[in-house]
Design a protein. Structure first.
Length: 107
């Protein structure tokens, strides 16, 4: 339950209006929580975590998944990020991806 609470808290209020160092630190923290969840749960359980997020948090999760994929640490853990991405899209559909591509606010 602690993992779910940590993920929801991080996705609740992303630092849209912040300097790049703050955004980077927040993104790395989201990534670490995603890694911790994956390391302590079965891949099939990831969907349960996504389902417990509200739609705004799910949209923000997609933003962080895309951002993490473009980093060095994300490239090393590409499989993990793709697992999360697959489960998120499976549950939410393509809406969060479309909103990510049209939203000017960056994480």
């Amino acid at each position: 339950m602690l993992f779910q609470e940590a993920l929801a808290l991080l996705l609740e209020n992303p630092p849209y209006v912040a300097d790049e160092a703050t955004k980077k630190l927040h993104g790395e923290t989201v990534f670490e929580v995603l890694c911790s969840i994956k390391n302590n749960h079965n891949t099939n359980d990831l969907g349960t975590f996504v389902k417990q997020l509200d739609s705004s948090q799910q949209d923000t999760l997609i933003k962080y998944l895309y951002k993490s994929m473009s980093t060095g640490y994300g490239a090393k853990q590409g499989g993990l990020l793709l697992n999360w991405f697959e489960k998120t899209v499976e549950i939410t559909g393509l809406g969060p991806i479309v909103r990510f591509m049209t939203d000017r606010r960056t994480v």
